[in-house]
Design a protein around this ligand. Structure first.
Ligand code: FAD
Length: 280
């Protein structure tokens, strides 16, 4: 099923994100996680993709397993940085053969030591990948949105205009980067309405289960940490069980408020942790 159709029949659409195991672990190590998450019957499970294609085979294999073995709709992430169009087309054809109908089209970030290709046979931005998929393939397409703006974008207004380019190029719905203050998201929705973006927007929610990890992640993606959460990190950062409980409570409070505001979708960044996801 195309995920964009789900938004017409339920609110919120509830989904989960998982990532393939690292290469030194067998792919089977994710199967228990998949089984546990499938039992929660999310509307779909998304599977991340290593920029530059590092996890390509595993991402496709896991997305296929979600859909074809566990019977849960899937959204396959796909990045364009460092991949030429032929390689991108091959992955898309593979996804189609596996019966996968939904793609989250991203640029991705290559580590600085890996050179990324330039020129006509490469897509520079997600909007170019989206236009390519729309023109040559038949997928429901999602794109990434940044309530606080993409960290490399010079202004919020420019970030919103670039988001609009992705929707104009063919994105059917959006999934947000993590954030910890819902007001940022509500402000973003107002800004999008003003510039004519009316597609469904799903909120990406990251439960804080580990203080060090969340500090690292927010530094990378540019998300701000509100005082209320800083207090929790300071209080429980050295006590993993308490941190986990406080993080789950924080995520639940965030989600309750979002649902009360009538958001289109909630997307849980599960970090491959089904027990904590089930509690939320
Ligand atoms: P784009 O929309 O192309 O934006 C990238 C940068 O280019 C931004 O700074 C933007 O402002 C700028 N830009 C865009 N258009 C133009 C233009 N016309 N002219 C000049 N500058 C422009 N990464 C992975 O590697 N694998 C994943 O599976 C993955 N999953 C993700 C899932 C979600 C929900 C989100 C929010 C992010 C995910 N990421 C993933 C991270 C993502 O790849 C990075 O945030 C990346 O830096 C930007 O990707 P994008 O698709 O938003 O790129």
């Amino acid at each position: 099923m195309r995920i964009c159709e789900l938004f017409q029949s339920r609110k919120p659409v509830v989904s989960c994100e998982i990532f393939p195991p690292k290469h030194d672990y067998p792919v089977e190590t994710i199967f228990d996680t998949l089984a546990a998450l499938s039992e929660l019957r999310p509307d779909y499970i998304s599977v991340t993709y290593g920029a530059g294609g590092s996890s390509c085979a595993r991402s496709v294999q896991i997305a296929s397993k979600v859909k074809n073995d566990y019977g849960v709709e899937t959204l396959a992430h796909l990045t364009c940085v460092g991949a030429d169009c032929r390689t991108t087309d091959e992955v898309l054809e593979q996804l189609q053969r596996e019966n996968i109908e939904n793609v989250l089209a991203l640029r991705g970030d290559l580590p600085p030591e890996i050179p990324c290709g330039h020129g006509e046979e490469y897509h520079e931005y997600a909007k170019d990948l989206i236009a390519h998929i729309r023109e040559r393939h038949n997928f429901c397409i999602a794109a990434a949105a940044y309530p606080e703006g993409h960290p490399k974008c010079p202004s919020l207004a420019q970030d919103r205009e670039r988001l609009k380019q992705k929707v104009t190029a063919g994105a059917d719905f959006l999934i947000t980067q993590l954030f910890f203050d819902n007001r940022l998201f509500y402000d973003m929705l107002d800004q999008l309405a003003k510039i004519g973006i009316h597609c469904p927007v799903t909120v990406g929610v990251m439960p804080v289960l580990n203080a060090a990890q969340i500090r690292r992640m927010t530094e990378l993606c540019g998300a701000s940490i509100p005082n209320k959460l800083t207090d929790l990190l300071n209080r429980y950062g050295n006590s993993p069980a308490d941190m986990e409980k406080a993080g789950i409570d924080y995520a639940c409070a965030q989600i309750v408020d979002l649902v009360e505001h009538g958001v289109d979708g909630i997307h849980l960044y599960t970090m491959n942790k089904p027990r904590q996801t089930a509690r939320i």
